[in-house]
Design a binder for this molecule. Sequence first.
Ligand SMILES: [Fe+2]
Ligand SMILES: [Fe+2]
Length: 338
Amino acid sequence: MGVKVWTHVSDRTLKGSARAPMTQAQKLVKTDVTQAPELTVKTAAEYAELLTKLQDMPTLPVIAMKVNELISDPNATSMDIAMILKQDQVLTAKILRLVNSSYYAVPGGVSDVQKALAFLGFNTVAQLVLSLSVFSMFSKFGDESLTMKDFWMHALAVAVCSEEIAKRWKIVKPEEAFTCGLLHDIGKLVIYEIDRERLTFILKKSREGKKGFIEVERENDLLNHAYIGEMMATRWGLPQVVRQAIRYHHTDVAKMASLLASAKKVIQVVRLANMVVVKNANAEGGATTYGKSGDFSKGTVLAEMLEDLGLKIDDLTTIEKDLAKAMEKAGAFLNANS
Ligand SMILES: [Fe+2]
Ligand SMILES: [Fe+2]
């Protein structure tokens, strides 16, 4: 069921109003917005304020924008990406460091971008460049007990888990699942940038109540980080699948007719991966390398999260094992964001 939200519409969309001039109040009509279930009437003013603040956020680095275009261009080749990377030595060094890490395990290692592309393929390298560029926009996050490193480790664990699920069950492209996993909580970084007090408030409430970040946002009628993240991703022109994974990573999308089946699968993979990571990070004596992102709940993996992907409850153990194994090799990523 959709939630009512005030929406601004043009004169033409209102019945019988073609000639009569409308007052500002008349221009606000109630619309059923099934795709934005977290929006409430109370947030209309906040939404306008947020839009203004997002306008002030920097645009993506030029390199990221170019790579972004290449990802959606069917005629783009590895040569194109090699040409772009030539313009940024720092980024190139980071990419080579990752490609040569045990995570990708290229036999004998590679010393230049062309060879990296030949081994890993256009998509993996392009997705890596895009993800690293997006993260390079942010350097700080959190409060006194939650750092950018914690956040980065959570993002990485979700990326790795998403990739492993996608690979093992051949659900979606693993490199796409990785990127979507890495960027799923980007809205929290945006909140830190545009409203530090709000972030501190949410972190305090979720820590005190052992609740999820999203739960506190919902309880307080705040536009949530998934929504804010998607707004930022849209402004940056990130690929649609990434935008949707950010927007719906806390939503059960199984019955949402407005989403493409392929996009749904990526979203479901990231939603599941996020919960698996939170569950394992927050458990007694949990995995310290899985980071923290302000979700202090127990991390409950719902049956639907597995079933929607055609998985069974027993598969959860396999996912957790795959994640633990892959994270052992993902150490090189921990310094990739510096
Ligand atoms: Fe989230
Ligand atoms: Fe998360």
